[in-house]
Ligand binder design. Structure first.
Ligand code: APR
Length: 411
């Protein structure tokens, strides 16, 4: 008997699914399972306040809005405002409006900051009597290949608890414990470092009319709405740069130059970070009864806004698979979970990679050279002038680019 088992104060609880992590992935899994009448317990390491204020993604794509709608949850969990389906790509200060809506019937993308989605998912789950335990530390996973895995954790009071379950959803992000519970050699990581840094700045300043991505010789820049008087900005920088090297004055000067907008209104900067653009896929996304969901399985470069939306896609597939297994005794969804998720993940990785390269290479040629710059500018030109290229772009942005059962299109 191990020390940890001896310390257990009570006999293990039992549930159907233990969800590790209460970010967008874990909270979506929890809400969908609840809607499907399947019990679960969510264990989150941080406090509710901490999770509720973490600022990251900003757009829930059309496919994800329709996913929540199909579960009858869209009105309760999606905040923000409908996205008008227009994106501005500004090249050397010249604006080009492109559609990122595919014109199909049904609800469309929403500008809904991640923290708003997280707050609403948390509230909806708790209102419905969901079991969500914050400040759960020392989470560990056991017997994942057996019939009844056990999840152990420590309560905020220091008591050790155990929960047995049928399935574990590893939704604890890239630095969580779920993936490390899988023995070495089972998962293959496919990683890519773009060699690009982004300074990201949050400020109390007016949002743009449309989400704005700008190509300039001084490097890439972007301006996104995050609220009625809040904006997030991005500035390409060396990946090893320090945020301290970017004074407020330098940030606003660089934004005005790269966005080609000398009159850009500034405001107090409330957050400033630098991160390295990277992409990562783990294959497979399951091991025994553990299923990895969201960032625990994959990271996508931020261009194209796919990170949170991929997490919502995984969550939907996982919840439907559990529902079928528990209520219909059909385990097809669980067996095929990884393969089905990975098909979309690679699709979105490719889209994000293409956009990342195009919008950086077309500007500052010091990294990739003048030949790549010419190619990237040709890609932009095609996007602005060819209806077919524009259509493919908007389809990819909506996430409606391939259906569940899509095969080759009829000619
Ligand atoms: N035990 C319990 N909870 C944990 C542990 C742990 N050991 N480790 C991490 N967590 C929690 C984190 O505190 C966090 O709340 O898991 C959650 C993981 O959330 P995210 O990192 O946001 O991952 P995910 O839910 O997959 O988010 C998907 O949204 O904007 C994006 O960048 C984000 O792309 C990501 C996406």
């Amino acid at each position: 008997m191990t020390d940890s088992v001896r310390e257990l104060s009570e006999s293990p609880e039992s549930t159907t699914v233990v969800v590790i992590g209460a970010g967008p992935a874990g909270l979506t899994v929890a809400n969908l399972l609840r809607s499907a009448g399947t019990d679960c317990v969510v264990l989150e390491r941080q406090t509710r306040e901490y999770v509720a204020q973490r600022q990251r993604a900003g757009i829930v794509e059309t496919r994800a809005v329709r996913m929540f709608d199909s579960w009858g949850l869209a009105d309760r969990v999606l905040g923000g405002v409908p996205h008008d389906g227009i994106l501005e790509l500004r090249v050397d200060g010249e604006p080009h409006l492109v559609s990122d809506s595919d014109g199909s019937e049904g609800p469309t993308a929403r500008i809904c900051p991640q923290q708003m989605l997280v707050q609403k998912l948390t509230a909806a789950y708790l209102e419905d009597g969901g079991d969500l335990r914050f400040e759960a530390t020392d989470v560990s996973l056991h017997d994942l290949t057996g019939e009844r895995p056990t999840v152990r954790y420590r309560t905020p009071d220091g008591d050790l608890r155990a929960i047995t379950c049928s399935y574990v959803a590893g939704c604890d992000g890239d630095h969580g414990i779920s993936r490390s519970a899988v023995p070495d050699g089972v998962l293959t990581p496919y990683a890519f470092d773009h060699g690009i840094g982004w300074l990201t700045v949050l400020a109390d300043a007016p949002p743009p009319d449309h989400p704005l991505l700008a190509v300039s010789e001084q490097g890439f820049a972007a301006h996104f709405p995050r609220g009625p008087y809040t904006s997030r900005y991005y500035l390409q920088c060396p990946p090893d740069d320090e945020p301290g090297a970017w004074s407020d004055a330098r940030v606003w000067d660089a934004l005005r130059t790269r966005l080609g907008d000398p009159d850009l209104v500034s405001g107090p900067i409330t957050d400033r970070e630098i991160f390295r653009l990277r992409s990562l896929v783990h294959d497979p996304m399951q091991y025994g009864r553990l299923h990895l969901v969201g960032d625990a399985a994959h990271i996508v470069s931020p261009m194209g806004g796919k990170g949170m939306n991929l997490a919502l896609y995984d969550a939907d597939l996982f919840a439907r698979a559990v529902r079928d297994a528990v209520h219909e005794q059909d385990d097809t969804g669980l067996r095929t979970y990884s393969a089905r998720c990975l098909r979309r993940i690679w699709n979105d990785q490719e889209f994000s990679q293409w956009m990342t390269r195009m919008l950086h290479d077309a500007g500052d040629a010091s990294n990739s050279g003048l030949f790549q710059r010419g190619l990237a500018r040709a890609q932009l030109d095609r996007l602005f002038t060819s209806a077919a290229a524009g259509g493919a772009f908007s389809e990819l942005m909506t996430g409606m680019d391939f259906g569940e059962n899509a095969g080759p299109r009829p000619r």
